[in-house]
Design a binder for this molecule. Structure first.
Ligand code: HEC
Ligand code: HEC
Ligand code: HEC
Ligand code: HEC
Length: 431
C-alpha cells in the first residue's frame, strides 16, 4: 500500500497527492484569506491566514526545527540539521517534492494551508469562482470536513503513516522528541478555529458531532498503532519491539513512589507485574463505546485485547498474529462507529461506562487517564449540544472536568488516586 493510503481508500493525503502546492502566500491576500477581521456577508471568515500565523502552532512547526531542542535531537540522531532532514520536515512542514512547489511556495511556512487542504493548483481557481464544495474536492481539495479523512490526515503527523520515514520512533523520543498524545476531537477544538460551523456551513459541508469525531478518532488511532505494529519496517528494534506504542510510564516512572501508586493488576490487560504493556488507552475507550453500540463486538474486542497484551510474554510471531486478530476487530469498530449516529442516551451511557472503568481501576495508567480526560471533554460538550444537560448541571460537569485536567496536567507528577477521585466525582452528575 502506498504511504498515506488506507485500505479501500483512494483518497491521497496532501503530502502524497499529484497536485502542485502554490504556497501560503497565494492564500494570504487581504481579499482572500489574509483579512485582519472576518468579512461580513462572506460564507468563510477570510482571516484564516491571520489566525493560522498568529495563534496556530502549525505555522511555527518549521521554526521549531531550528531551536535548541531540535538541534539536540538532530545531534543525538547523527543528523546534520533538523530543518534540512526529511525525517523532520515530513511532519514539520509541507514537504512535497520540488517538482510540486509553486513559485510562492516556502518550506519555512511550516504546516501551511495546503499541508491540510491539499495542493491547490487545480482548485485555487475554481474555489474563488463559486464552485461547490464537492467540485472543489474533485479538483483536489482534501475533505477535512469529514471525520474519517480528517482523522487520517491529523494522525499522519500526530502519530505517523506506514512508511519508515514519517514516524517518531522510541529512538527519536529518546533523542529528545516530545511524547505525542492525540485525540481527534480535542485537537480539532484546540487548534485555533479559522472557520465557523453555522447553518450556512452545515448546508455546504459535513459537520459530524463531537462524539462521532471522538469515537472515530479512537478507532482510527488504534488502527494506525496496529498498522505500525504489523509494519516490518518499524515494528522492532533489535530484540525489542518498537516501544513507542507501549505505555511510556510503565517503564519511565520512579521506583520510590508510595506503594499505592505503584503497579496494580488490570483486568482488561491481564499481565503480571514487571511486564512492558502496550499503550491501551484507545482500546479502553473503544471497549466503552462498543459496550453501548454493539455488545457482541465489545466481547470480541475485550478477548482480542487481552490475548494481544499477553502475547508480549510469548514470542514475536505470536505478538504479530494477535495484533492481526485485534486489527480485524478494530477495523469492524471503524465501520460500526462510522455508521452510528450517537444519540443523547448513547452519550450518557458512554459517559457512565467511562466513569465505571475509572472505578474499576482500568484508567489507573497515565495514558488512559489522559485519554479519558479528553474523552470527557468531547462527550460533555456534545451532550450539551444534544440538549442533554441544563446550564446548572453543565457548570458542575465542567468543574469536575477541570479536576480531571488538573490531575493529568503533568505526567511526571501524576497520582492515580487523584485521577480516580476526579473521575469518580462524575458518578452523581451523569445520572
Ligand atoms: C510523525 C511526525 C513527526 C516527525 C517525523 C517529527 N515530528 Fe516533531 N512533532 C510532531 C508533532 C505532531 C509534534 C507536536 C506534539 C504535541 O505537542 O502534541 C511535534 C513536536 C516537536 C517539538 C516540540 C515543539 C514545541 O512546540 O515545543 C520538537 C522540538 C520537534 N517536534 C522536533 C522534531 C525533530 C527535530 C524531528 C526530526 C528528527 C521531528 N520533530 C520529527 C510530529 C513529528
Ligand atoms: C492543521 C490543518 C489545517 C491547516 C494547516 C489549515 N487548515 Fe483550514 N481547515 C482545517 C479544518 C480541520 C477545517 C474544518 C473542516 C472543513 O471545513 O474542511 C478547515 C476549514 C477551513 C476553511 C473553511 C471554512 C468554511 O466555512 O468552509 C477555510 C476557508 C480554510 N480552512 C482556510 C485555510 C487557510 C487559508 C489556511 C492557511 C492559512 C488553512 N486553512 C490552514 C484544517 C487546516
Ligand atoms: C503535516 C503534519 C501535520 C498535520 C497534517 C497536522 N498537524 Fe497538528 N501539528 C503538527 C506539528 C509538527 C505540530 C507541533 C508544532 C509546534 O509545536 O510548533 C502540531 C501541533 C498541533 C497542535 C498543538 C498541540 C499543542 O501541544 O499545543 C494541535 C492542536 C494540532 N496540531 C491539531 C491538528 C489537527 C486537528 C490536525 C488535523 C486536522 C493536524 N494537527 C494536522 C503537524 C501536523
Ligand atoms: C519497555 C520500557 C520502555 C518503554 C515502554 C518506553 N521507554 Fe523510553 N526508554 C527506555 C529505556 C530502557 C531507555 C534508555 C535509558 C538510558 O539510555 O538510560 C529509554 C529512554 C528514553 C528517553 C531518553 C532518556 C531518558 O531517560 O530521558 C526518553 C525521552 C524516552 N525513553 C521516552 C519514552 C516515551 C515518550 C515512551 C512512550 C511513547 C517511552 N519512552 C516508552 C524504556 C522504555
Amino acid at each position: 500500500m502506498a504511504p498515506g493510503m488506507a485500505a479501500g481508500q483512494e483518497l491521497k493525503l496532501p503530502l502524497y497527492g499529484a497536485d502542485a502546492h502554490v504556497g501560503v502566500t497565494s492564500c494570504s491576500g487581504s481579499t482572500c484569506h489574509g483579512a485582519v477581521e472576518p468579512f461580513k456577508g462572506s460564507n468563510v471568515l477570510q482571516n484564516e491566514f491571520v489566525t493560522w500565523q498568529r495563534d496556530d502552532k502549525h505555522s511555527q512547526a518549521y521554526a521549531v526545527l531550528q531551536n535548541s531542542r531540535s538541534q539536540r535531537i538532530a545531534r543525538n540522531l547523527g543528523l546534520e540539521n533538523a530543518h534540512t532532514a526529511k525525517l523532520c520536515l515530513d511532519c514539520h512542514a509541507d514537504n512535497v517534492g520540488s517538482d510540486l512547489r509553486g513559485r510562492q511556495f516556502q518550506l519555512s511556512d511550516g504546516v501551511g494551508c495546503e499541508a491540510c487542504h491539499g495542493g491547490a493548483r487545480r482548485w485555487l481557481g475554481t474555489h474563488v469562482a463559486g464552485a461547490t464544495h464537492d467540485e472543489n474536492v474533485k479538483a483536489g481539495l482534501y475533505p477535512t470536513d469529514q471525520a474519517a479523512p480528517r482523522a487520517r490526515l491529523c494522525l499522519s503527523c500526530h502519530f505517523g503513516v506506514s512508511s519508515k520515514t514519517k514516524f517518531v520512533t522510541h529512538q527519536i523520543m529518546g533523542a529528545g522528541h516530545p511524547r505525542m498524545p492525540f485525540e481527534l476531537d480535542t485537537f480539532t477544538t484546540i487548534q485555533p478555529a479559522h472557520y465557523v460551523v453555522d447553518d450556512d456551513y452545515r448546508k455546504r459541508k459535513a459537520s459530524p458531532s463531537g462524539v462521532q469525531v471522538w469515537a472515530l478518532g479512537q478507532s482510527m488511532s488504534m488502527q494506525a498503532m496496529l498498522e505500525s505494529v504489523l509494519d516490518g519496517d518499524r515494528n522492532r528494534y533489535g530484540v525489542f519491539p518498537e516501544l513507542v506504542t507501549f505505555d511510556c510510564h510503565a517503564c519511565h516512572h520512579q521506583m520510590s513512589q508510595e506503594i499505592d501508586l505503584r503497579w496494580r493488576a488490570r483486568r482488561g490487560v491481564g499481565l503480571p507485574p514487571g511486564t512492558p504493556r502496550f499503550n491501551d488507552a484507545n482500546l479502553v475507550m473503544l471497549r466503552v463505546i462498543a459496550n453501548r453500540i454493539d455488545p457482541a463486538l465489545a466481547g470480541r474486542l475485550s478477548a482480542a485485547t487481552v490475548a494481544f497484551h499477553k502475547s508480549v510474554l510469548e514470542n514475536f510471531d505470536r505478538y504479530q498474529s494477535r495484533a492481526r486478530e485485534l486489527q480485524g476487530v478494530v477495523n469492524e469498530m471503524v465501520r460500526k462507529v462510522g455508521g452510528h449516529g450517537f444519540s443523547k442516551d448513547d452519550i450518557q451511557a458512554i459517559l457512565t461506562g467511562l466513569v465505571t472503568e475509572g472505578g474499576n481501576g482500568e484508567l489507573f495508567d497515565y495514558a488512559s487517564a489522559e485519554q479519558a480526560t479528553m474523552a470527557l471533554g468531547a462527550l460533555i460538550s456534545t451532550w450539551r449540544q444534544a440538549g442533554g444537560v441544563d446550564a446548572a448541571r453543565l457548570e458542575k460537569l465542567n468543574a469536575q472536568l477541570e479536576r480531571c485536567y488538573a490531575a493529568t496536567a503533568d505526567d511526571e507528577l501524576y497520582r492515580p488516586a487523584d485521577f480516580a477521585a476526579a473521575i469518580g466525582g462524575f458518578r452523581d452528575l451523569i445520572r
